[in-house]
Design a protein around this ligand. Sequence first.
Ligand SMILES: Cc1cc2nc3c(=O)[nH]c(=O)nc-3n(C[C@H](O)[C@H](O)[C@H](O)COP(=O)(O)OP(=O)(O)OC[C@H]3O[C@@H](n4cnc5c(N)ncnc54)[C@H](O)[C@@H]3O)c2cc1C
Ligand code: HEM
Length: 403
Amino acid sequence: MPADPCQDDSATTPAARTAGSEVTQAPLSAHETALIRASVSVVEPLAADMTVYFYAILFTRHPEVRPMFPQGMDAQRDRLLRALLRIVDLVDHPESLVRFCGHLGRDHRKYGTLRAHFPAVGECLLAALARYAGPAWTDDIAAAWTKAYGVVADVMISAAEQDAEVRPAVWAATIVHRAPRGPGIAEVTLQPHAPYEHAAGQYASIETPWHPRQWRPYSPANASREDGTLTFHIRAVPGGSVSNALVHRAAVGDVVHLGAPMGEMVLDAAVHSDLLFVAGGTGLAPIRALLEEVARRGGRHQVNLFLGARTGAELYGVDDMLRMAQRHHWLTVRGAVSDEYVPGIRGSLPDVLAEYGPWYQHDVFLSGPAAMVASARQSLTHHGTSPDRIHHDPFDAPLPATS
Ligand SMILES: Cc1cc2nc3c(=O)[nH]c(=O)nc-3n(C[C@H](O)[C@H](O)[C@H](O)COP(=O)(O)OP(=O)(O)OC[C@H]3O[C@@H](n4cnc5c(N)ncnc54)[C@H](O)[C@@H]3O)c2cc1C
Ligand code: HEM
């Protein structure tokens, strides 16, 4: 069993303890990093089985943590492993590592994760790694993993504990308005019971009463309002638990829970005054919030907005955006429809972006289906936009950005 990462001082370095920005030294030596990477390459092909085993022993040895997890564990199995692989990628980038783990630690507050839970997870993680690495597992590798887990746990714990001093872990919020917004899409407005400070463009995790402990990220479609309400555009995904509950089941008066706002797709991330916004489907929500924020700050940006869809009927939110463009001279709205002939807006997003570019003197904000974001990103970088001027949320899980 590995040492308790919360107690073992030798397992942590000053770099990890800061959980802030003054990180200068790598938390692990080059040799330790090489040992960890070598062991990951052995277990990676067995990752799915290893993760199942990890949760099986975690819940058997430490049944007290089981109630924190949802009943169905498929999505989480995948996410934890991807986070670990991401962390392994970052071990020799201490600033990114601390940033990533700090976000993760703060985000874990909504699950009720406490300092005391980390040793149990560390113990089971090491046991699972040892079992699946087989003969490749050595005492040196075990020591390197113990140290790495200690560093990560320490950063997550201190970030969470600092966060607990300034804000709640979870906000209860009442549904105060609900309206259809198109086929299978609803606009849901929440009134948080305590002040909820989010920056336009950020997203929030939502837990509904019908699927306890299933948290899903959704992006408010508004900049902060005086009355504190938040409006979400939710699309019901076929077979999706939380989205269907919010679109088809939720009613005014129901109470849901919000986790802390996350995400770095915010206006302050822009260095250029010219902005390119690209949205597909309900990905328009955070872009709409950013447009409200540009307006709130007096319209000091020129904004080109492109809405992408496969068919004209799927072009989401276009009337709302055209109304906004009528009110704000700094906003230009264009559509891009890929699979249907619609005069004036025919073409895939990458083609239409290339036609109206160049965009290398713009900050770019992309939001929509992962494939759309990836292809727009690729096209923009191909045409000269610097990757660090392109902002978007993580695609599939609330894995925080690291840079
Ligand atoms: C940063 C971020 C912001 C988001 N903002 C919004 C938003 O503002 N509005 C909104 O409607 N959604 C948004 N999403 C998607 C949302 O978080 C959920 O993934 C989605 O609502 C499905 O959740 P579910 O519980 O209904 O489906 P689940 O029960 O998790 O999944 C059911 C099935 O649907 C598939 N699936 C899951 N998500 C999607 C998807 N997005 N498209 C197609 N198939 C899917 C799964 O693979 C699974 O097979 C956002 C996602 C991220 C990462
Ligand atoms: C190094 C330590 C850990 C890492 C890297 C890690 C990583 C992750 C990641 C990436 C997720 C997915 C989504 C998210 O960002 O919230 C997650 C979810 C979760 N984690 Fe952790 N975690 C760690 C420790 C813990 C501990 C100690 C607990 C408490 C027992 C815990 C409980 C949970 C729960 C309950 C979920 C939600 C599951 C779900 O929604 O399906 N984690 N974790």
